[in-house]
Each structure stands twice: as C-alpha cells, then as structure tokens.
Design a protein around this ligand. Structure first.
Ligand code: C5P
Length: 432
C-alpha cells in the first residue's frame, strides 16, 4: 500500500499552460489511493475542463465560491477542513501574489486561508516572471508562512523562453509530496523555520584524480552534478553547506563553502577535518578505489621496444566507511555524530549491492542508482534512484522515478533530515 493511500488531497489548479499536467498528477494521486478533490480557478478552466478532472478524480470539481449547488454538497469551509494537504499545481505568479497577501477573492484562495493542514505548491510561469523581485519576494513570504514550494524546474518553456519557471513534472511532484506527507510534519519546527536550519551538511562530490606522474592521472567520468545539486538544495533547505569537491567543471552554488581536492587521500583529509561539526555527511564523490603505488617525480618515458607497461596500484582508503565508523563510535559514546549517507552506482543487481554497502560500510542511508540506464546518472541532469535506510530491524526503501537531479537531491535531503531528526530524537512536530 502506498504511503499516500487514504489521504485527503485538495488539488488546486490555477491558470497556466502547465494546468493540463494536473490531469496526470490527479491520476498518480488516485492510483496511490488518495481521496482527491479538485478546486480550479477561472483561469485554469481555460486550459483544462472541470469535466476531465471530475472523471479522473471521481469527485465533483469545485470552481466557484458562490455556487449554491456546490455549497449544498460540501461547503467551502467543510472542504477546507476536509483537506489534509492543499497541493497547488500549477501555481501561477498571480496566485502566489494573492496567497502571499492573504486574499480570499475566489474559491481556491479562500480554501487556502480557511485550511490549517499542510500547504504545498508547484510554481509555474515564464522565467522572467519567476525571476521578478516581486515573485521572489512572494515566494519567500509564502515559504515563511508555511508553504513548501516544489520547483520550479529549469528548461525550455511553452512560450519559447529558456530558464527557471517550468512546473516540475507530475511524477516529481507526486514523489516529493509522498515524502513530505510522511515526513514534513516531523521536520518543520514551530515558527516555520526551514527544515535544515541550524544544521551543517558536508558533501563530497565529483571524481578523484590519482597521479601517475606530474602530467598523468587515473580518474573516472563523474561530473559532480549530483553532489552539486545536493549542495544547492541543502542551501535552499536552510543548511550550512561544505562541499568537498574533486576536479569538476561546475560553478560553486551560492552560499556553499567549497574545498577543492584532487586525490582520494586529500579528500579523506578534508572529510575527516569536517567530521566534528557535520550533522549530515553525504559521500557522493566517485572516489578512485586504487591509486598508483608510486608517483614518479618526472614524466614517465616510454622505452624503445616496450609493448606493455605495468603500474602497481595501492588500495585507497574508503572515506565514507571511515567517517561512518567514527560516527558510530561517537554515537556509542553518546556524543553528537553525523548521519552518514552514501551512494551506490551500479550496473546490475543494484538493490542487492546497495543493501550490502549500507550494512558493510555502516551507513545510515544509501542512494542506489543504476548507471547503465541511458540518459541517466553520470554526466546527465536527471537521475532515478532508490533510497535505502535502516528502519527498526529491517531495511526500508523508497524508489524515486527519473527526475531532475535537483528534485532527486531534495528527496534525498528530506529523507536524510527525517532520519537525522529521529536520531537526535526531536520527535514528531506538527507542521504549523
Ligand atoms: O564501494 P563503492 O565505491 O561503490 O561505494 C560508493 C560509496 O562509497 C559512495 O558514497 C562513495 O562516495 C564512497 N566511497 C568512499 N571512498 C572510497 C570509495 C567509495 O568514500 N574509496
């Protein structure tokens, strides 16, 4: 049974081109067993008909505040009380502005004002509108009022522009909502503080380079994109972020402290140096398992007639296993210790290898992904993964379908934050 089964979801749809995707979202929610009721603004009805949503949700669609027939069925206050979560997708710039100012000039805004459960929205608009200081101000206001904003995504827009403003895909919204519905009540302390506020997250990212001589090295194809996406999202969730980065061609996300390293040994030194003040440690780097046993002082020269060259390699330390082991010792001694999250990039038997690594390396959680899927993983902007963690005496797991790495990063962080809060015994809190 899906964790969303039986939940009362009020899906609000406002008037943007992404409104047609609300149909897919409704289907996903219904398939998961949710009880879905839909409220549409007037603008939304220009893009998709209430009849479509009625057929998909299996319930009458609510469109007007002043409709005596609808009010006789389920009045707006009753509907607001019924909803465990209000999910608005798409949320237009205008709707965001009205909500940020507490308007109640149509059914959807009135429902939001009258509801005190969990509020989630997926903004969707032209990139210039999203970037406008007024929208950004409204977004901050909404977050501080208790709204969780999912996205927007970046990319090509219906109007031909390219940039941030696209609505997240319905699958990504659905999977983020699943995590939020399970976990966010336990995350957000009263006063709407961001869920990672006050926490330090250390992330390793990118490849390592293992020198053979002054001009050559052994390395791998890691682009660092996943680690950098994690750093970006951890900042958005309010954390202090330290990024220990191998050589990559990526800009440092704003607000992140970046420590550049080359070899596995340098990465290990930086990681161990960060242990003391990290609340969450995420090992996303593709660390070389071996390094040349000796680094030649001068450039190696090929000899005449030499058909082969033998290089002796030495095993590199397993950085994350070392961090996890220190963390474990501290936990046993009752001292503060970071929650340790690893990655398992595999080409076969993905879950099986990931389970083994989770236990063997004494990690708190592992992100397993199949790097043999074309278009996903290494170098790509998207990824799919399964999160695995210890739950009582078993290993729990959560599959996340292919989505932008930023959306995946948020899911990973939300799960890690939940486990961290549980570990530090903050206990469940009400969302607002
Ligand atoms: O064993 P494997 O390399 O597949 O494990 C992957 C996980 O272990 C990743 O989290 C990676 O960052 C970490 N790792 C490490 N040091 C190594 C090898 C892997 O921290 N030497």
């Amino acid at each position: 049974m899906h964790s969303l089964a039986g939940r009362h979801i009020l899906l609000g749809i406002s008037g943007g081109i992404a409104a047609y995707k609300a149909a897919i979202l409704t289907r996903l929610l219904k398939k998961a067993g949710c009880d879905v009721r839909v409220a549409m603004t007037e603008g939304a009805q220009a893009f998709i008909t209430p009849l479509t949503l009625q057929a998909l949700s299996g319930n009458p669609v609510h469109t007007s505040l002043l409709d005596p027939e609808a009010e006789a069925g389920m009045g707006h206050i009753e509907l607001a009380r019924w909803a465990e979560v209000i999910l608005i997708a798409p949320a237009t710039a205008d709707l965001m502005a009205r909500l940020a100012h507490g308007h109640a000039d149509d059914l959807l805004t009135t429902l939001c004002l009258a509801n005190s459960a969990c509020w989630v929205m997926a903004p969707a608009m032209n990139q210039a509108m999203w970037a406008h200081p007024a929208t950004q101000r409204n977004a901050r206001q909404l977050e501080s009022d208790g709204w969780t904003l999912l996205g927007p995504d970046s990319g090509e827009q219906a109007c031909g522009d390219v940039g941030a403003g696209r609505m997240l895909e319905p699958e990504a919204i659905f999977s983020a909502l699943s995590t939020l519905m399970d976990e966010l009540p336990a995350l957000a302390p009263a006063g709407n503080v961001l869920p990672a506020a006050g926490l330090t997250v250390t992330i390793t990212a990118g490849p390592t380079r293992e020198a053979l001589d002054p001009v050559r090295y052994l390395s791998n194809h890691s682009s660092g994109k996943m680690g950098y996406a994690l750093a970006t999202e951890a900042i958005a969730l309010g954390a202090k972020v330290r990024l220990i980065s191998g050589p990559v061609a990526l800009p440092t996300p704003e607000g992140v402290e970046r420590i550049d390293v080359e070899s596995a040994l340098e990465m290990q030194t930086a990681a161990e140096g960060a242990l003391d003040d990290s609340d969450i440690f995420i090992g996303c780097a593709a660390v070389a398992d071996f390094r040349p046993a000796e680094i030649a002082t001068h450039k190696l020269k090929k000899q005449a007639g030499e058909a082969q060259m033998h290089v002796v390699l030495t095993r590199n330390p397993d950085i994350i296993a070392g961090i996890a082991s220190h963390s474990h010792e501290r936990r046993m001694a009752g001292q503060p210790s970071p929650l340790v999250v690893g990655f398992a990039a595999e080409t076969r038997d993905v879950i099986c290898y990931a389970r083994d690594k989770l236990t063997r390396k004494r990690l708190d959680m592992i992100v397993a992904n199949d790097v043999s899927t074309p278009g996903l993983g290494f170098g790509s902007d998207s990824n799919a993964a399964t999160l695995l963690w210890h739950e009582h005496d078993t290993i729990a797991q959560q599959a996340i379908d292919a989505c932008p790495k930023l959306a995946l990063a948020r899911e990973i962080l939300l799960r890690a934050l939940t486990l961290h809060h549980r570990k530090t015994d903050i206990g469940p809190r009400k969302r607002r």
